[in-house]
Each structure stands twice: as C-alpha cells, then as structure tokens.
Design a protein around this ligand. Structure first.
Ligand SMILES: O=C(O)c1ccccc1NCC(=O)[C@H](O)[C@H](O)COP(=O)(O)O
Length: 214
C-alpha cells in the first residue's frame, strides 16, 4: 500500500502548485500567527482553491468555537488538525467544523506518550505523532526534530500520521521502523523556516511513495 503524504505549512502559490504537481494527498495550512508558515484564513482559502485532488488540512492550536466557526466559513477544510492541548471531547466537538474529520497531534518522546494517544480513539479520526517542541518554544510544531520512530510500531488504536523531522533523506527509514501509512513534513521541505524548497517538496513525495507498508 502506498504511503499517504501531507506537505504542511503551505503559504505561497508556487509551493501549493509544486505539492499538487507531485500529487501530495494533503496540504496543511497553519492558522497560528507565531508560526513562520502561518497564514490568515483568507490566504489559506485562496491557496486551498488550487488544491486539485489534494485535501486541505487546517492546522489549529487550541482554537475556540469562534475560530472554528470562522475556519468553517472561510476555508471549509477537509480535515482539522488540532495541535494544542485539546481533550478527546474537544476533538469530537471540532468534527462538525471539518468535511472529513479531525486529526489530533500528540508529541512523543517515550512509550507512555504513544500509549496515552489511545484515549483519542472514537473522538479523533487519526493521531499525528510529532516530536516534542524544545523547552520554551512559542509554537508546538514545525521544529524539524526527529525521535525514536520505532515507538510507534504496532500502534493500532486509531490510524496515525508520522511527523517530526522527516525529509526526503529520512522518510524511507522512518516509515520502515514505524510502520506508518501516512507521513507529514514541514522543515524537511524548506530551505529556511517558512521558505519552501520546490525541489524538496517533489523529492519528499517521491521518496515517501517509494516506501511500501503492509
Ligand atoms: O510548523 C509549524 O510552524 C507549526 C506551528 C504551530 C502548530 C503546528 C505546526 N506544524 C504542524 C505540523 O504538522 C508539522 O508538519 C509537524 O510539526 C512536523 O514538523 P517538522 O518536524 O518541521 O517536519
């Protein structure tokens, strides 16, 4: 089975076009002002109009109902990715604001972090496992840091997306040790924070597609 690919932090037209041409499955739009890839909802909607067959993912951090309502009204995302401290119930509540479901980001550094993610079964549609942000960080994701991806092997409480430190160079080995069926990258397809590298977007999708999971 071919691995599904999300390219996150889309903030300009050329990157969206490169990801669509490479046949990425998901395009992530980060609605969080402190992110170097953050975009306004209006910009996300403008870019999402170019997504072709790809699905749009609104990346949000502890959104309130007002923001969720605006996200639905302006962007109408296929998926909402909750990247803050959202509870299982909050994930369930957010489902009505997305076309196809909610992904919950869970930071990982030890086995207990993975085990705790099972509490989202029945509340979120998938878990996005990510690296823990550095101490004192002002944003919860997009640091380009990896971790022991083998901790995810055998996690089957709900589908998962592998994220954290992935790049064209690392994705094949990461899929192999984790058993992931979906992958996500930001920093690994940039030349500087917030600056996408079009060749690396294509290389990442190609490298991910060459991996096979069972
Ligand atoms: O990337 C950001 O700046 C960001 C900011 C706030 C919330 C989430 C953010 N990123 C979300 C993602 O899904 C990233 O792809 C994930 O953290 C992996 O990032 P990286 O290790 O840089 O590939």
């Amino acid at each position: 089975m071919s691995v599904l690919v999300k390219i996150c932090g889309m903030s300009d037209e050329a990157s969206v076009r490169a990801a669509v041409a490479a046949e990425a499955d998901y395009l992530g739009f980060i609605i969080f002002p402190k992110s170097p890839r953050g975009v306004t909802l209006a910009k996300a909607a403008e870019l999402a109009a170019l997504k072709g067959a790809a699905k749009s993912v609104a990346v949000l951090v502890d959104p309130d109902d007002v923001l969720l309502g605006e996200v639905l009204r302006v962007l109408r995302p296929d998926i909402i990715q909750l990247h803050g401290h959202e509870s299982p119930q909050r994930c369930l509540d957010a489902r009505s604001y997305a076309g196809e479901g909610v992904w919950k980001a869970v930071p990982v550094s030890m086995p207990a972090d993975v085990e705790k993610a099972a509490r989202y079964a029945g509340y979120a549609d998938a878990i996005l496992f990510d690296a823990k942000p550095p101490a004192g960080a002002d944003r919860p994701g997009g640091w380009g840091e990896g971790y022991d991806y083998s901790l995810l092997k055998g996690f089957d409480a709900l589908p998962f997306i592998l994220a954290g430190g992935l790049s064209p160079e690392t994705v094949a080995a990461a899929v192999s040790v984790s058993g992931a069926r979906a992958v996500d990258a930001v920093s690994g397809v940039e030349s500087a924070p917030g600056l996408k590298d079009l060749a690396r977007i294509a290389a990442f999708v190609r490298a991910a597609r060459q991996t096979v999971t069972r």
